[in-house]
Design a protein around this ligand. Structure first.
Ligand SMILES: C[S@@+](CC[C@H](N)C(=O)[O-])C[C@H]1O[C@@H](n2cnc3c(N)ncnc32)[C@H](O)[C@@H]1O
Ligand SMILES: [Zn+2]
Length: 611
């Protein structure tokens, strides 16, 4: 006991930095503290939090703020340390953290890193352009460095380094940062960064963001912001101040932040958006989906891709109001949430095409056949690149389903244009595979993105084999046999990353059912399933129009399957999934109590309860 006292006294007198370890509190402190005064010697705040080093023995006070900024940590906070990627952060229970979202964070780091390369390549190109103009104006002028200080060789040599400040680097805003883990990782792992701002409207979260900035030595590129995410973006919507990248990872739906996001991102900038309100987007609450996203979701077999496409049409509609439009880079349905990466551009001419990239969806309530009703079409007129825009013609389906006689439900509008940029996806895969410091979820990123590369880019939505077979009450053909039938008939077919056993095809629904009629000839349905008026009977009694061959086609096995990539998630940990909204455990002062009140009003409208 005496030795312990002596050790502590020694440390406090000599102001040695301390790494504290206890059962529930583990944290590293960068600053030195005055033990006897029980206040932080750096900021002399008597209100700094006390974390016990040794339970029931002694309490010490720490603070990681720069001198002169008094601050307080909650007295009752239990602090945990989390290590992910290159980051080590501390956070109390009252600040949100979901370990399963590591995949989301890893993927985002890979995407933004690739985006940063494009950013530097563009800057380099425009600098070269300027340089050659200057040269042609005055051949004696030598331009060694750009006016803006960009080293022209930085991109050529691919020597951008993470953790370093780049004057011409990318500016990133994380609107809903919680502990700042994601932003800290951005700062440490993404090469070519100028600024990372981690924002949260929770006071405790921001205190921990600051602590984590200091603990990870990121003061030169990262800072915190305390306030509403939308306001943080509106403040930076002027052209000079816009962000290159905005990351939004809210509880539930991001809809409250989208108007600000599409304005605060620079021309060609990147939005990274998570939606964890999967139930709403997948048709459990179409009215809520309509209110939040301006589109009706359908509870269909293809709901996971439909959810992605609803988010994209919503983003594009928001952008259109400001003469801007989106270009999706990667749009994914993952586990229990959606994550989309889109670039936002300005251009009135392109905005006119936006309505042609959206469609309503008809889905038969009996057999699940679906058809897309485009909202508008572009008709070429005189002069290159000129179009006249017309409302879509329809309906594309009859009063009842031509396959089973049931009625249709109408959903949408959805984004009906491509949802991924395959060249970009290839670059991300290559970068993830060759990264000397591999991401924790590297295998899954490569597996899922390889599936994305295989997806038919021009075919929205898909069929699910189990569902099609359950309509007919028949046995399931092997996926390779089914795919062969489409390929042998000259149609294209692919999986979708959004669902196992899915198939996308450019074949008409008539052929989809012809394949099943042929299959049922060899694998008959029991007679009791052929009741009068049943969907099974209606479909199987219809004459088969096309010839179908199940002979194995050489491309029947998708490459991602052949080489055994990790394509769909296996359970990463027990009870994984959305995490409940973080609960506040600390005492709040009067102002944060007020804030809490208005927050709950916002939250009421804004978000569902889980992430
Ligand atoms: C799901 S957590 C963010 C998780 C974090 N991005 C990560 O990867 O660990 C959502 C955070 O948003 C914050 N938040 C909710 N509404 C907000 C608003 N309007 N403005 C700023 N922050 C908000 C909450 O306090 C919470 O910390
Ligand atoms: Zn039908």
């Amino acid at each position: 006991m005496f030795t312990r006292h002596a050790e502590l006294l020694f440390k406090s007198v000599w102001r040695i930095s301390v790494t504290s370890v206890s059962e529930s509190h583990t944290t590293t402190h960068k600053f030195h503290h005055n033990f006897s005064k029980r206040s932080c010697i750096k900021c002399t705040s008597a209100r700094s939090v006390a974390f016990c080093i040794f339970p029931n023995f002694v309490r010490r006070q720490y603070c990681s703020l720069p001198i002169g900024r008094p601050r307080r940590f909650p007295m009752s906070a239990e602090v945990n340390e989390v290590t992910e990627g290159l980051a080590k952060v501390v956070l109390p229970k009252s600040v949100f953290y979901n370990p399963v979202q590591e995949y989301n964070r890893d993927l985002t780091i890979a995407v933004i890193s690739e985006y940063a390369k494009l950013h530097f390549a563009n800057a380099h190109k425009s600098e070269n352009g300027k340089r050659s103009n200057k040269k042609s104006e005055n051949s004696e002028t030598k331009v060694e460095k750009s006016d803006s200080g960009l080293d022209p060789h930085v991109f050529d040599n691919d020597i951008l380094e993470p953790g370093k400040y780049y004057e011409n680097g990318i500016k990133i805003f994380e609107g809903l940062a919680a502990s700042g883990l994601r932003s800290v990782r951005f700062g440490l792992e993404i090469p070519g960064v100028k600024e990372v701002i981690a924002n949260d409207f929770d006071k405790t979260a921001v205190e921990f963001i600051e602590r984590n900035i200091s603990q990870n030595d990121l003061g030169h590129i990262m800072k915190s912001r305390h306030g509403d995410a939308a306001m943080g973006m509106y403040e930076r919507k002027s052209v000079e101040e816009r962000f290159d990248v905005i990351d939004l990872d809210p509880y539930g739906s991001p809809h409250l932040f989208l108007d600000a996001a599409v304005q605060a991102v620079k021309d060609g900038g990147l939005l990274c958006i998570t939606c964890t309100d999967a139930a709403v987007l997948c048709g459990n609450a179409p009215e809520k989906c309509s209110a939040n996203y301006g589109a009706l979701s359908l509870r269909s077999k293809f709901c996971h891709e439909m959810g992605v496409r609803i988010i994209l049409q919503c983003l594009d509609s928001h952008a259109n109001r400001y003469s801007r439009y989106i270009v999706p880079l990667i749009s994914l349905s993952i586990d229990f949430y959606f994550r989309v990466f889109v670039r936002v551009y300005t251009g009135q001419k392109q905005v006119k095409h936006s309505a042609t990239k959206k469609a309503m969806v008809y889905e038969c309530v009996g057999c699940g056949s679906h058809a897309l009703q485009p909202l508008a079409e572009a008709v070429p007129t005189k002069g290159e690149g000129n179009f006249k825009f017309m409302p879509g013609t329809g309906p594309v389906v009859g009063p009842v389903c031509s396959h089973c006689g049931h009625h249709h439900r109408v959903g949408g509008p959805i984004w009906s244009a491509p949802i991924h940029d395959k060249d970009f996806v290839k670059q991300v895969i290559q970068q993830v595979q060759t990264n000397p410091k591999p991401l924790g979820t590297k295998d899954r990123i490569c597996g899922m993105l390889s599936l994305v590369l295989e997806e038919l880019p021009d075919i929205p939505l898909y069929y699910v084999l189990d569902a099609v077979c359950s309509v007919l009450h028949c046995t399931l053909p092997k996926m390779t046999i089914l795919r062969s039938a489409f390929l042998n008939a000259g149609y294209r077919v692919s999986l979708s990353h959004a669902a196992k056993n899915s198939y996308k095809t450019d074949a008409p629904a008539q052929f989809v059912w012809d394949v099943m009629r042929e299959w049922v000839k060899e694998n008959p349905v029991t007679q009791k399933r052929m009741e009068d008026g049943s969907v099974t009977k209606s479909i199987l009694e219809k004459a088969q129009v096309s010839q179908v061959s199940f002979e194995e086609h050489p491309e029947a096995n998708p490459q991602s399957r052949e080489i055994g990539l990790l394509r769909w998630q296996t359970n990463p940990e027990p009870n994984w999934g959305p995490k409940a909204r973080a609960k506040r455990t600390c005492d709040d002062d009067a102002s944060s109590a007020k804030q809490k009140k208005s927050k709950s009003a916002n939250v009421e409208v804004a978000q569902s309860t889980a992430q």
